[in-house]
Design a protein around this ligand. Structure first.
Ligand SMILES: Nc1nc2c(c(=O)[nH]1)N[C@H]1C(S)=C(S)[C@@H](COP(=O)(O)OP(=O)(O)OC[C@H]3O[C@@H](n4cnc5c(N)ncnc54)[C@H](O)[C@@H]3O)O[C@H]1N2
Ligand code: MOO
Length: 421
């Protein structure tokens, strides 16, 4: 049979130039390089889109945001009661009618011994010295006094919120790179902002390889239930990406090659493949990526997940090839996809936290990341059932604990990586 023609060359890709290329990367270096790769890919994408506040929670801010008015933007009362000037008794100027008439209240200038009714958040007139809350106001007709029950702490300078105490007009209220929380959006709203500039959501595409992988039902011997299609997309979504499609591919090198080329041509920023990463005859994913892409991280010096390959190609695509073993894949996803997407979204790289281990944990020839849980006293222990092909340990884990080559003694400190869910 005639040999098939080699695939046409890919469009030139230079965006990853300057990113360090590593074989057998140590975990910390791999996390750093993944973040750098994400940052490098930013150059191929549009920098910001302006979105309504209602669509902005969870997005990454592309530029600083400044208040368009002082907050609060007018001097207001913190209580329902009376704004008064000077010492009492006071004469109530407006009966009860001014309470909802902000414009006329704002236009008022109280003279000594004058008072007007005010509501919480309402405008207080110029000349106000204090607000007497209703509970301590004794009103007879138009005359107003402090009630006898009024504590001395309430006698002067109370319940006035001056304009601009929270921020000045033009002051920076939100910083580029932050992930917008509901509180951030509420702050933008009260500062007069209608839209915010956010980093465009990057697409991700999942290519699931393995003719033995089935998507439903109880698998028979030789087949496995797919652990990734129901899990990786929501994880990527929570990390700020949008999964544009999930494709199941049989173990056929040509089918895989064609699917990858479509993704590269589509300039999908992150393609995640599962399976076929080991260096054996059966593993066409690695073989194809080694020919067709530029490996940036070629294997991790880490267990599980060491056959992982992270590559760059085309005008705007990074390919993260995860091992088929489920725990190995989830570990590599945590180590590499998390910092990569942070870099691509303009966010800082996540920092591992320092934790104490409850008892001795033996080392092996590579660093291990083990699913672990925290005891009531704060110390951590590995979960049970944490083989690379397993999921029960991960299901009960609160973090991934680093076990260095030399192992850990009881009470030793080590790093823990947050799970991306
Ligand atoms: N000769 C060698 N064999 C293996 C090596 C090696 O270096 N040389 N490395 C071992 C290590 S370590 C790992 S990790 C795995 C890596 O496996 P691959 O990435 O090549 O993945 P597959 O062989 O396709 O599958 C491994 C395992 O995972 C199951 N799998 C695949 N996809 C799914 C899925 N979507 N959901 C659930 N499970 C899945 C698959 O059925 C296999 O059982 O290789 C070792 N072997
Ligand atoms: O490195 Mo593999 O990840 O042992 O299962």
């Amino acid at each position: 049979m005639a040999e098939s023609a080699p695939p046409p060359p890919l469009p030139d890709g230079t965006w990853w130039r300057g990113v360090e290329v590593v074989r057998h990367a140590r975990r910390g270096a791999a996390q750093h390089i993944a973040h750098e790769l994400g940052r490098a890919l930013v150059s191929t994408r549009s920098s910001a889109v302006s979105v309504d506040l209602v669509d902005a929670v969870g997005a990454t801010l592309a530029c600083d945001v400044h208040a368009l008015c002082p907050v609060p933007h007018y001097a207001s009362s913190a209580m329902d009661g009376y704004a008064v000037c000077g010492s009492g008794p006071w004469r109530v100027m407006t009966g009860d009618t001014s309470v909802h008439d902000a414009a006329s209240t704002a236009a008022l200038e109280l003279a000594p011994s004058q008072a007007v009714p005010v509501v919480t958040g309402g405008v207080i007139p110029g000349g106000t010295d204090t607000v007497i809350r209703d509970e301590y106001a004794l009103r007879t007709g138009d005359e107003l006094r402090f009630d006898d029950s009024c504590p001395t702490s309430e006698l002067e300078g109370r319940h006035i919120r001056p304009a601009g105490t929270e921020c000045r007009s033009g002051e920076r209220i939100l910083t580029a790179g932050s992930v917008l929380s509901p509180a951030d959006i509420a702050l933008a709203a009260v500062s007069g902002v209608d839209k915010v500039p956010v980093v465009p959501v990057p697409d991700a595409r999942l290519l699931l390889t393995g003719s033995e992988v089935q998507s439903s039902g109880v698998p028979t011997p030789g087949f496995v239930r797919d652990a990734f299609a129901p899990t990786v997309p929501p994880v990527l979504t929570s990390l700020g990406a949008r999964v544009d499609s999930v494709r199941r591919l049989p173990d056929d090198a040509a089918v895989f090659a064609a699917a990858l080329d479509v993704a590269i041509t589509d300039r999908v920023p992150l393609v995640i493949t599962t399976g076929g990463t080991a260096r054996s005859r059966a593993d066409h994913v690695r073989a194809h990526l080694e020919r067709r892409t530029t490996p940036i991280i070629d294997e991790l010096d880490l267990q599980p997940g060491h056959p992982t390959l992270f590559a760059a190609c085309g005008p705007g695509t990074a390919v993260l090839a995860l091992p088929g073993n489920p725990l190995a894949a989830m570990t590599a996803l945590t180590v590499l996809a998390v910092p990569f997407l942070c870099g691509l979204l303009g966010r800082p790289a996540p920092v591992p936290v320092s934790v104490t281990v409850a008892h001795e944990i033996a080392g092996t020839r590579r660093e291990r990341l083990v699913p672990a849980f925290q005891h009531a006293d704060g110390a951590w222990s590995p979960c049970r059932q944490i083989g690379a092909n397993m999921l029960r340990g991960l299901s009960s884990a609160q973090a991934l604990l680093s076990v260095p080559v030399e192992g850990l003694s009881a009470g030793a400190r080590t790093e823990a990586l947050a799970l991306p869910w």
